[in-house]
Design a protein around this ligand. Structure first.
Ligand SMILES: [Zn+2]
Length: 217
């Protein structure tokens, strides 16, 4: 099964990617992992990507696409994969379709984790990070015994700028701007499948797998 997973920050996409991929026995392929792998192996593409990242620039599509192409060409991806973090925009989606067509195959489904903005804000803005050991707590879902004190090391907890409501709302806006055209692109192809990603992690995984089975039947 060839799947692309999309979802806003705070939707638990990384975790779901892992669970769904392992249930379906396909590799989880994330652009973050591919970047790190190319950089650590010192490949030509890795060096090019690193040069952009070191300047704080976005890695251009052509470099990302070349890395993804290499990765999808590996043996373990021949019977399916779950892509996380790619494609990010319509031009990348078009490139991916062409690549797969040249291999006489195509995507089966694009799974979209749907969570409303207020829920994302509630999840992310409750995070507190330990100044000393870096452990991340959550005021509602994973609270420390004493407020604002780390159970592990006794360090002081604080809210990172990334976890402030303003930053989260801005990231959600950016996500919507990037993703709505991508979602329409795949909806037009008839392969967009949205699932409700609120609730416990295992329930979301079950819901996703059940929807995938129905969709592919
Ligand atoms: Zn700590």
């Amino acid at each position: 099964m060839r799947i692309v997973l999309v979802g806003p920050p705070g939707a638990g996409k990384g975790t779901q990617a892992q669970f769904i991929a392992s249930h379906l026995s396909v590799p989880k392929i994330s652009t973050g992992d591919i970047f790190r792998d190319n950089v650590s192996r010192g490949t030509e593409l890795g060096r090019r990507a690193q040069a952009y990242m070191a300047r704080g620039d976005l890695v251009p599509d052509e470099v990302t696409i070349a890395m993804v192409t290499d990765r999808l060409g590996e043996d373990d991806a021949q019977n399916g994969f779950l892509l996380d973090g790619f494609p990010r925009n319509v031009p990348q989606a078009e490139k991916l379709s062409k690549l797969l067509a040249s291999w006489h195959t195509k995507l089966d489904v694009v799974l979209e984790l749907v969570v409303d903005d207020d829920e994302v804000v509630r999840r992310l803005s409750g995070r507190r990070t330990c100044r000393r050991c870096g452990r991340v707590w959550h005021v509602s879902f994973d609270p420390p015994t004493k407020p604002d004190v780390c159970d592990v090391c006794g360090g002081e907890l604080f809210q990172r700028d990334d976890d402030s409501e303003d930053t989260i709302r801005h990231r959600l806006e950016v996500y919507q701007q990037q993703t709505s055209p991508l979602a329409s692109f795949y909806a037009d192809e008839g392969i967009l499948l949205g699932i409700d990603a609120t609730g416990p992690v295992e329930e979301v995984t079950e819901r996703a797998l059940a929807s995938l089975r129905r969709f592919l039947r």
